[in-house]
Design a protein around this ligand. Structure first.
Ligand code: ZN
Length: 204
């Protein structure tokens, strides 16, 4: 997980519709649909001939330089560039946030599947003002694993542990990918950071 700064709410979501921001209006409509039909599944609404997710992807991608918001993998595999709802859209408490800008993260297939419908209050968000990779994690360059920062406060360590567990950030395939990224970076005479995955390894 690497820090990024969230851009302002795009106009496509903030625009007023029937006296409220459009994202709120979509959330209410989704909640109503689910209440009437529990099997109702969320579809991105169409706006001006384009699905809402297609409107949002460019801004979401720009914020992370097209890296996964959670694990920082890059590039996305074909068709894998989809939007994760931090507060799951399948849980009634969060129906209203289904189009809330702050709830939307571009995420890889692995992270989306690992996280699934889980909601853990301690899960870290990479765009939180107080978030810093080094505050919560240390990087083990031998095993290429993330570990909670032993210097952190207890509550911060819990957040790091929960984040590693919920997003399954140390699964063997990912550790191997990190090892390869590290080796490539070390051999690269003039590395351009944005071209690498798992950039937190290389940040000062
Ligand atoms: Zn990921």
């Amino acid at each position: 997980m690497r820090k990024f700064e969230r851009k302002e709410v795009p106009e496509v979501l903030s625009k007023t519709v029937e006296g409220k921001p459009r994202w709120e209006w979509f959330g209410e409509r989704y909640a109503q649909n689910r209440a009437q039909n529990p099997a109702f599944t969320f579809q991105w609404p169409q706006i001006e001939g384009k699905k809402l997710n297609q409107h949002l992807l460019p801004d979401l991608m720009e914020m992370t330089e097209s890296h996964c918001s959670y694990c920082d993998d890059y590039p996305f595999h074909r068709g894998g560039d989809s939007i994760d709802h931090f507060y799951p859209k399948s849980l009634p408490a969060f129906y209203g946030l289904v189009c809330d800008w702050r709830n939307l993260y571009i995420a890889c297939k692995h992270c989306q599947e690992a996280k699934g419908n889980q909601h853990e209050p301690d899960l870290l968000r990479p765009d939180e003002v107080a978030f810093e990779f080094k505050k919560y994690f240390i990087y083990d360059f031998i095993q290429h694993r993330l570990l909670p920062n032993p210097q952190a406060l207890e509550e911060e360590k819990v957040k790091a542990e929960v984040t590693i567990r919920v997003l399954d950030l140390n699964y063997p395939g990912m550790c191997t990918s990190r090892r390869h990224a590290f080796q490539r970076f070390m051999r690269d005479d003039n590395p351009f950071l944005s071209d690498y995955n798992f950039r937190f390894m290389f940040d000062d």
